[in-house]
Design a binder for this molecule. Structure first.
Ligand code: NOJ
Length: 730
């Protein structure tokens, strides 16, 4: 199907219509070209192009003086218009917050919104008015490096947090000069890149797209997102940049999107490499007709659109619609009324306070044998801080930190040293030069320090460069000799805490039970150090929950909690692990189940998992009715009780399963969640509600429908377990 979105002229604002009427063909095409910037200076060709109106936006210029010069150049001609100034402001700007996957572990829309709002003002102070975030790709394969930039594996969680990020960047009114236009990316299905290898094909069915990958984008649209980026990949054979089903039929037709769609970096020209376009001109034509409005960093639009219009291959109406969409966003930003004043950048202290809060909230306590954590200050006189990431200011910031300042980072070593004094000593050894270092020479030196200490804290994981765009791994175990370092430290018998700093979940089979406690911080940003210290010693409690499943091994991937049931489900006892299969065992075909001989069928840590220091219990799950009718709400109440001696936080999660439907439905789907704090000895009643609309799925006709029948629900503290009940949809 070929898209021909041509917003009716009457639907355009008067200013946009007037501007459009006054533009010649070259000026119109100029608005559709996003040009890679000057990065600190303005080359002659760029100055000429901007002054002549051949550029609609610049990306990657963050010097405020140069940004202002470019804007002045854009206004050289009387009909000149200010530029969009775009940048990947992904999880902070000068101040770096946890990577998006880390922020997602907070399950807190408020936190995500606050981080985005802070990043926006820092970026706007440098002349930017547009960010290429949030990334809303549902990520179910952690080999994919961009899992770091994602908000996890679940459509509901990604939708809620993605919408919050849009609100944070954009605020209530985009004319506010402290805000940025956001860009929902990458539309659509990019998270399903085959094998977790970046830029790979996404062989998705329409149903999978609609059910899993579209909802976060729809949520972003409802939050008012100004722009959308098409993904690099092909979806079921058709690259997103030329995909009229995605851009025209769904985004504009079904959802009524009125902002503009930008390509990804040179993805229009790459249509030839995908093998769907003859040449660059054909690529430009296909992209423009499919619903793409602006080209990022390529030359296809600049070189070919004019001829395509003159030849009649592309209608002037479609070209006008593309330009109008860009102008409409400039209008929302207030750019059609003139240049935006640059706000003052907040002091680094303000950013640091939020970065500390965010680093605390992104930490997930995966394991805590014998309640080693929190450590008692009076019981720990010597702490061995070990591992290649214990003192790496830049690495703890993670991927996508073009503008992040490592000088603002406080490492675990620096933070713990601040507490050193009589009665508390830090022994430090990296053990390995990098996380990839295979040289075992210093492992025993590090272990020797552990042997002398009351507790060993081992900071392992991945450097920032091992995740992010194009940085995928086929094997997601701890790289280098880190597993061996952990083994030697654990062998000393000193109580050991493993701290993971990484851009993805890691496969910990074989070593996960060596440390007494494991705290996953992902890449937690500038304040990872103080946050870690305070979590270790119970100044603060870990509140994070996994936004993505931790597999046992890479070979299990992809693995996620919300899979469909199989006709031969595995359970404990339904298979024999490989090592125990007797020699000469015969093949049989009865009673077999779906599992791996060498990895079983369960992940190591499930989606939604995360421990705290308090002892909160869920009790008394009650439904207010057994049968739910259309238009009614099912009310679900549960009690949360804190019988322990310390205050605690829990994220209570509601999951549902449609037991019998016309299509096989996932074994569990997250429907709601709430994070609450409870004082010691306190109890509270929590109430969730479900309506018929929450029970819909994409049926055989590719439409959202619900079907009468029985449902199971769980209220729990992870996707693995919970109190359960049943109800019927009438
Ligand atoms: C390519 C990435 O896929 C996209 O997410 C990013 O915004 C652009 N490059 C611009 O840097």
């Amino acid at each position: 199907m070929e898209g021909q979105d041509t917003t009716p002229r009457e639907a355009l604002g008067t200013t946009v219509r007037r501007l459009l009427d006054g533009m010649d063909l070259e000026e119109k095409i100029g608005q559709l070209c996003l040009v890679n910037g000057a990065e600190g200076s303005i080359p002659q060709w760029l100055a000429e192009d901007v002054a002549a109106g051949r550029v609609g936006g610049i990306l990657n210029e963050v010097d405020p003086t140069v940004a202002c010069q470019l804007q002045q150049l854009a206004l050289t001609r009387p009909s000149g218009l200010p530029l969009l100034m775009g940048r990947d402001v992904i999880h902070g700007f000068h101040t770096v917050f946890p990577i998006p996957l880390g922020q997602a572990a907070s399950w807190s829309a408020d936190l995500v919104e606050a981080c985005a709002a802070h990043a926006a003002v820092e970026a706007a102070a440098c002349g930017l008015n547009w960010t290429f975030a949030p990334m809303l790709d549902v990520a179910r394969d952690p080999r994919w490096g961009r899992v770091a930039e994602s908000l996890g594996e679940d459509p509901l969680l990604v939708s809620r947090l993605g919408a919050a990020m849009v609100r944070g960047f954009q605020g209530g009114d985009l004319r506010d000069p402290t805000r940025l236009a956001a860009c929902a990316k990458h539309f659509a299905g990019y998270g399903a890149s085959e094998g977790g290898r970046d830029y790979n094909s996404c062989p998705l069915s329409e149903r999978e797209l609609r059910q899993v990958h579209f909802p976060p984008f729809q949520a972003a649209l409802e939050a008012g997102v100004a722009t959308v980026m098409a993904s690099f990949c092909d979806v079921d054979g058709l690259p997103a940049s030329a995909n009229a089903f995605l851009l025209d039929q769904v985004l504009r037709g079904e959802w009524g999107f009125r902002g503009f769609v930008v390509s990804d970096w040179e993805s229009v020209g790459q249509l030839t490499l995908h093998g769907v376009a003859e040449d660059e001109g054909d690529a430009a034509l296909q992209a423009a007709k499919a619903g793409l409005d602006m080209e990022m960093a390529g030359s296809s639009f600049r070189r070919h659109l004019a001829n395509l219009v003159r030849d009649g291959a592309l209608t002037l109406e479609r070209l006008d619609a593309m330009v109008a969409a860009v102008l409409a966003v400039k209008e929302r930003l207030g750019l059609l009324e003139g240049l935006r004043p640059l706000p003052t950048e907040p002091s680094p202290d303000v950013g640091a306070a939020l970065a500390y809060k965010a680093a605390l909230e992104c930490a997930v306590l995966l394991r805590n044998e014998g309640e080693l954590l929190p450590l008692r200050r009076d019981a720990v006189r010597t702490l061995a801080l070990l591992g290649p990431l214990a003192d790496e200011a830049a690495e703890q910031m993670g991927t996508w930190v073009f503008d992040g300042e490592a000088a603002r980072s406080v490492t675990p070593l620096t933070a713990l040293r601040k507490w050193e004094g009589p009665g508390f000593q830090i022994l430090h050894h990296a053990g390995l030069d990098t996380t990839r270092d295979l040289d075992a020479r210093h492992l025993d030196d590090a272990a020797a320090l552990a042997a002398r200490a009351d507790v060993a804290v081992l900071v392992l994981g991945e450097e920032a460069i091992l995740s992010g765009e194009a940085h995928c791994r086929a094997d997601i175990r701890l790289p280098g000799a880190q597993e061996e370092l952990l083994r030697r430290v654990a062998a000393t018998g000193t109580p050991t805490v493993l701290v993971l700093m990484a851009g993805r979940p890691l496969a910990l089979e074989g070593i996960h039970d060596l440390p007494h406690a494991t705290l996953c911080m992902f890449h937690a940003g500038n304040q990872a150090g103080p946050a870690l210290r305070d979590l270790l010693f119970g100044v603060a409690e870990p509140v994070g929950k996994l936004p993505v499943t931790f597999p046992r091994q890479s070979g299990q991937l992809p693995v996620h909690y919300s899979h469909n049931p199989t006709g031969r489900p595995a359970d404990e006892g339904s298979y024999t692990p490989m090592a125990q299969i007797p020699q000469g065992a015969k093949q049989h075909s009865l009673g077999n189940t779906s599992h791996y001989l060498d990895a079983g069928y369960t992940p190591l840590y499930p989606f939604g998992h995360g421990l705290g220091y308090a002892h909160l219990q869920l009790r008394n799950l009650r439904l207010d009715r057994e049968e739910l009718k259309a238009g009614e709400r099912l009310s679900i109440t549960v009690e949360l009780v804190n019988e322990g001696p310390r205050a605690g936080t829990e994220t209570v999660q509601l999951y549902v399963r449609d037991l019998v439907a016309s299509l096989s439905r996932p074994v569990k789907e997250l429907k709601d969640f709430r994070r609450v704090c409870l004082e010691a000895g306190d109890r509270m009643e929590l109430r969730f509600q479900l309506g018929e609309e929450d029970l819909r799925f994409v049926g055989r006709q590719q439409r959202w429908i619900s079907e009468a029948g029985r449902f199971q629900l769980w209220v729990g503290t992870s996707s693995a377990a919970g109190l359960e009940a049943f109800f019927t949809l009438a």
